[in-house]
Design a protein around this ligand. Structure first.
Ligand code: ADP
Length: 395
C-alpha cells in the first residue's frame, strides 16, 4: 500500500440497496452481545441465490461467524430477519431450520465410527434403518470416504475428518449448507485440494452454501459471489472479479489483494474515466466511479487504486533523474527495497524525490530485477488506475 492511503473514507456509512430476491435472505441482521461494546454485526443485508456458493470474507473479528451462527440458529439475532425460500426462519429452532453446518473444529464424535458420525442427523430424525444405511452410503461416496466407513475418528487425517463433517452436514439433504472456516485447520497443500473438493461437492449437490473465510484466495477461487465484511457490515457483494477488479471502497481494495491507494483531487472527466490529480504522480485517468455511476464533482477528493502487479518497472534512461510523475501512464522513481518471493519480486518504489511510495510486484524470470537505489521508470496501462472512493459530492 502506498504511504498516502487515506483511512477516512472507510468510515463513511455503507449504503445498502434493497435486498434482491434470493434463496437465503438476510434482512437487517444485527447482533449485540451482552457486555460487549458496540454490535458484532451491524445490519447485514444479503441474498444468496439458490444453488450458489457465497463466501463471507473479512478479517478476524468482523462478525462472519456471528452472522453464520445467526443463520444456523445457534445465536439469536438482536434485530433483523432470516428467510429461506421466502419462509421466515428467524424464530425457528436450530433442528427445524433444515441447514447443515460444518465448523472449523469439525465437532465430530470421537467415540463413534465414520458411518455413525454421518448417520447422526438421520438418527435424530428417526429415519428408517434401510433408508438411513442407503443415505449414509451415498453421503460417504459423495465425499469419497466409502472405504473408511468403519474407521474411528481418531484414525483419520485432518482432511478425512473434514470430509466426514461435510458428509454429516449433507446427509440430511439440507436446504442450506453453512461452512465456518472449514479449511483453516489443514496444511497448505491439503487446503488447496479440499478447496476443489468442496466446490465439486457443492456443485454436485447444488446446495445453497455460505462459506466463511478470512482467506481472500479461498474466497476468490471457490465462490460464485463474495461478500466482503468489515466491522460488522457488508462493504461490497459481487463476483470474485467484481470485488478484485472493481472494488467500490478502499477497505475492499486493500483486503481483497494488495493495492496502492492514492489520494487526490478530481480535475475532470473524459468518457467513463475520472481525471484525478495525485500529488507527486501527476494526473491519472481512473476508470469506475461509485456504484451508482454518478460522477464525482471536480474539486472533490478521490482515491485511486493501482494494483502492484499492474505496474511495470524498467531501468530509467541514464541522466534522466528522478523527476516527478510523467502523467497518466507512468512516473519515475527510486527503488527503496526489493523482496524476492520466488515467483515474484515485491518492490517499494518512491515516486520522484518526495512523492508517494508504491508497491510494485513483478514476475521473476521474465523481467530484470532492480536493487535498492536503482532509478526506474514506472508504467501502467491506461485501464489500470481505478477510482475506489470519492468525496460525497457528485455531478
Ligand atoms: P469473525 O468470525 O469475523 O472472526 P466473530 O463473529 O467471531 O468474528 O466475532 C465478531 C465480534 O464479536 C468480535 O469482536 C468477537 O470478539 C465478538 N464475539 C463473538 N462471539 C462472542 C460472544 N459469544 N460473546 C461476546 N462477544 C463475542
Amino acid at each position: 500500500m502506498g504511504d498516502t492511503a487515506p483511512p477516512r473514507h472507510d468510515t463513511a456509512p455503507v449504503r445498502h440497496d434493497p435486498a434482491p430476491a434470493g434463496h437465503l435472505v438476510l434482512d437487517g441482521l444485527v447482533k449485540t452481545y451482552p457486555g460487549k461494546d458496540g454490535a458484532a454485526v451491524r445490519g447485514v443485508d444479503l441474498a444468496v441465490e439458490r444453488g450458489r456458493l457465497l463466501a463471507l470474507l473479512g478479517p478476524s473479528g468482523c462478525g462472519k461467524s456471528t452472522t453464520l451462527r445467526m443463520i444456523a440458529g445457534l445465536v439469536p439475532p438482536t434485530a433483523g430477519r432470516i428467510s429461506v425460500d421466502g419462509r421466515d426462519l428467524t424464530d425457528t429452532p436450530v433442528h427445524r431450520r433444515d441447514m447443515g453446518v460444518v465448523f472449523q473444529s469439525y465437532a465430530l464424535f470421537p467415540h463413534l465410527d465414520v458411518a455413525r458420525n454421518v448417520a447422526f442427523g438421520l438418527e435424530m430424525r428417526k429415519t428408517p434403518k434401510a433408508e438411513l444405511k442407503r443415505r449414509v452410503g451415498e453421503a460417504l461416496d459423495l465425499v469419497r470416504l466409502g472405504p473408511l466407513a468403519g474407521r474411528r475418528i481418531a484414525q483419520l487425517s485432518g482432511g478425512q475428518q473434514q470430509r466426514v463433517a461435510l458428509a454429516r452436514a449433507l446427509v440430511v439433504g439440507p436446504a442450506v449448507l453453512l461452512l465456518d472456516e472449514p479449511l483453516s485447520n489443514l496444511d497448505a497443500q491439503l487446503r488447496a485440494a479440499m478447496r476443489d473438493e468442496i466446490v465439486r461437492i457443492q456443485r454436485e449437490t447444488g446446495v445453497t452454501t455460505v462459506f466463511v473465510t478470512h482467506d481472500q484466495q479461498e474466497a476468490l477461487s471457490m465462490a460464485d459471489s463474495v461478500a466482503v465484511m468489515n466491522q460488522g457490515r457488508i462493504e461490497q457483494v459481487g463476483t470474485p472479479e467484481d470485488v478484485y477488479e472493481r472494488p467500490e471502497r478502499p477497505f475492499v481494495a486493500r483486503f481483497v489483494g494488495r493495492a496502492n491507494l492514492l489520494d487526490g483531487t478530481v480535475t475532470g472527466h473524459t468518457g467513463d474515466t475520472t481525471e484525478v490529480a495525485l500529488p507527486g504522480l501527476g494526473t491519472v485517468a481512473a476508470a469506475g466511479d461509485r456504484a451508482t455511476g454518478a460522477r464525482t464533482a471536480t474539486g472533490r477528493t478521490a482515491t485511486v487504486m493501482l494494483r502492484p502487479h499492474r505496474i511495470a518497472l524498467a531501468a530509467a534512461a541514464p541522466g534522466a533523474g528522478s523527476g516527478s510523475g510523467t502523467g497518466s501512464g507512468g512516473a519515475r522513481g527510486t527503488v527503496l527495497s526489493a523482496g524476492y518471493a520466488g515467483e515474484t519480486v515485491a518492490y517499494r518504489v518512491r515516486v520522484g524525490d518526495s512523492g508517494p511510495v508504491l508497491d510494485v510486484e513483478q514476475p521473476t524470470g521474465t523481467r530484470e530485477s532492480y536493487g535498492p537505489g536503482t532509478e526506474v521508470e514506472l508504467s501502467w496501462d491506461p485501464a489500470a488506475p481505478r477510482l475506489v472512493s470519492a468525496g460525497e459530492g457528485t455531478e
